[in-house]
Structure formats: C-alpha cells, structure tokens
Design a protein. Structure first.
Length: 380
C-alpha cells in the first residue's frame, strides 16, 4: 500500500506549484470568473434566456481558457469576443487583451484591440443589443474603447518588462561566462609560466645528463627524455599561449599577500593577515590561487564594507589548505552603491574548482565569510 504524503510534503509541493507560471494562470482564470459572476443575475434576467446556473457554467468555461493564455493567447480572446456578442460580457475581453499584449507583444495587441473595437462597433448596430450600454455611439465607444486600450497597454508594458528582465538575466549569465573564461585564461597563463619553467629545467637537466652519459648505455634514454620535455613544452605553448586572447602577467604567490593587505589598508580597511608557515611549501600554482582568492575577497570587502576590518587566515589542515576571509557587514549599505558585476565569486570558484577544491561564501554572525579549501598536494 503506497504511503500517503505527509502534511509538510504536501505543503512543499503546494509552495513549489504556487511559484510556477501555471499557478498564475489559474489565479487569472479564477479572478476573471469571480468578476464575471457578479454579472450573472443581470445576464440571466435581461440579456438572454440562460438561467443563473447555466450562465455561471458558461462563464466558468470561458474563464477556464485563460489557463492557456501563455501558449494560446488568441483562444481566450476569441472566446471573449463570443461572450461579448452573446452575453454582452466585457470582463473577459480585458483579461484576453492583456494576455495578448503580455505574451505576444505590441503588434499583436494593436491588431487585437482594433479587431475588438470593430466587433463592438458592429454589435452596437445589431438589433437587440441592450440599450443600457450607451444611448449613442460616442457614449458606447467611450465605454468599451478605453477598456480595451488600457488592458492591451498594460499587457504590452508587462511584455516589455519581461524582455528587460530576460535581457538582464542573459547579461548576468554572459558576464559570468566571461569571468569564468578570463579566469581559465589566467589559470592557463599560470600553468604555462610555472609548469613550463619546470619542463625547461627538466629538458636542460636531461641534456646535461645525456652529455655526461655519452658512450654509456643510458645516453639515448637521456636524449629521449630531453626531447620529450621539449615536446611537452611546445604542446603547452600551442595549447595555452596561442589560444589566449590577451596578455597576462604571472600571478604572485604568498609573498604578494602583504602588498594586498597594505593596499587594502590604504583604502581604509585594516587587514589582519595570518599565514601558516606550512603554506609556504605549496607549489607556485597553488600559491597563485591563494593570492587570487584573497585579492578578490579584499576587493569585495572594500566595495561592500568600506572602512571595516578584514581578517585573512591561511592554514594547513591535514591534506587541505584553508583560506578564510571574514569581514563584518555595515549597518547601512554604502552610499553610493558599489559598482559590481557580480562575477567575482564565479571567477574565484572556477579557479578553486579547477584545482580540486571548494569555495563557499555566506553571511555568518553579522559578517561575511569566504572559505576556500584546496588540496595542498604535499606529502605529509
């Protein structure tokens, strides 16, 4: 027998559904139906031969088409025109015109509004149309035209807002991808500078050993080793240097942290820097990652918490290197607001992740804490 979902599980499902576009469409349909129900007594009494029950059912069926307003906005619009001609109901038209403007844009909204005005103009001259909607054509149009124009105009405005939000999301995603790409290029430059140097040393050392072993059995082995190191260095150049889009200088290591702290203090944010002695045995590539993370954290602290102290602690915990940067949050946001692209965490995370580590950033005890864990690569 399957287990029934618990109340918290049902609540979570309802919360997830409530935040979906379909939930908003259902709310729109229910709102339109509720407003049209206010007209049911008049519809059943004067406008047609329907009873209160049948009129309610017809209006419910018409409002239900609003559930499809995102995918098929013209369907509730056509239904609304039908209800307008049959039941003389104007409420549904407002929701339908708004939906067309919201999900199909300005041109579709203009066409739908003009068609709506033409239909009501024809209906006004149809025998049997209720006189209470206006004694003259100008009175009638002054009632129905503003309704349609306003509904379509609001829909078009919402459509433009949706476009702006979508473009902003795309801009942020593009900025994040660009930051990641730039960080990858930076990592590639560091790999080239640091690993390339080791390959060069290996090639030179192998050549020296080949000269010393001339005439011995290992002579060719040393020559092959030197040739392999040269080929590896060449492939490194082909892969990284020629694919890079910009010039890049080598990133300093732990020895550059003091300069970063001094620069931060000159900007008004004192820095308490603590670096474990064991961390100085890290490879140059890992030291460059530490420098990059601390640099970005100090920059963010200067932007969002100017004048407040920053604590930087770099420790070695077993096989991992821990980078912890903490700063208190200001009571009031800085004025003016800092200029930020929001891509710093992306680039830091990309560098740390590329080396097998993790990076977290969170609010904690009234402050902001960035923690990065990197494998030291040291034999302990």
């Amino acid at each position: 027998m399957p287990r029934l979902p618990t109340v918290p599980a049902l609540r979570r499902r309802v919360d997830r559904w409530a935040s979906t576009p379909r939930a908003l469409d259902v709310v729109a349909a229910l709102s339109a139906f509720g407003l049209m129900c206010l007209d049911v007594p008049g519809l059943a009494r004067a406008d047609n031969s329907l009873t209160g029950v049948t009129a309610t059912l017809v209006l419910a069926a018409g409002a239900a088409t609003l559930v499809l307003r995102r995918r098929l906005p013209w369907l509730p619009y056509l239904v609304a025109l039908g209800l307008l001609g049959w039941l003389h109901e104007l409420t549904m038209v407002q929701f339908a015109l708004y939906s067309i403007g919201r999900y199909r844009g300005r041109r579709a909204a203009i066409v739908a509004t003009l068609l709506y005005v033409a239909v009501v103009y024809a209906l006004f001259h149809t025998p049997g149309w209720p006189a209470r909607h206006g004694d003259t054509l100008s009175d009638f149009l002054s009632l129905v035209v503003p309704i349609g124009v306003l509904a379509a105009g609001v829909g078009v405005a919402a459509y433009r807002q949706d476009l702006v939000r979508a473009l902003e999301v795309q801009r942020r995603e593009a900025a994040a991808r660009q930051a990641v790409q730039e960080e990858r290029i930076s990592v590639g430059r560091d790999v080239h500078d640091l690993v390339g140097r080791e390959l060069t040393v290996l090639a030179v050392r192998a050549e020296v050993l080949a000269v010393r072993a001339r005439g011995e059995g290992h002579h060719k082995d040393f020559e092959e080793l030197a040739d392999t190191a040269r080929r590896a260095h060449l492939m490194l150049n082909e892969t990284i240097v020629r694919r890079a889009d910009r010039e890049g200088a080598g990133t300093p290591g732990l020895e550059g942290l003091a300069a970063l702290a001094g620069e931060s203090e000159r900007m008004g944010s004192p820095v308490e820097l603590a670096v474990a002695q064991e961390a100085k045995a890290l490879s140059p590539l890992r030291q460059a990652a530490v420098h990059r993370v601390v640099q970005e954290c100090l920059t963010n602290a200067a932007k969002h918490a100017p004048g407040l102290p920053v604590t930087v602690a770099i420790t070695v915990e077993g096989p991992d290197l821990r980078i912890s940067v903490r700063n208190p949050l200001p009571r009031t946001p800085p004025d003016p607001a800092p200029v930020s692209t929001g891509t710093g965490l992306f680039s830091m995370g990309e560098r740390v992740t590329s080396m097998g580590g993790t990076l977290t950033a969170r609010r904690e005890d009234g402050g902001y804490v960035v923690t990065a864990l990197l494998p030291t690569g040291l034999d302990r």
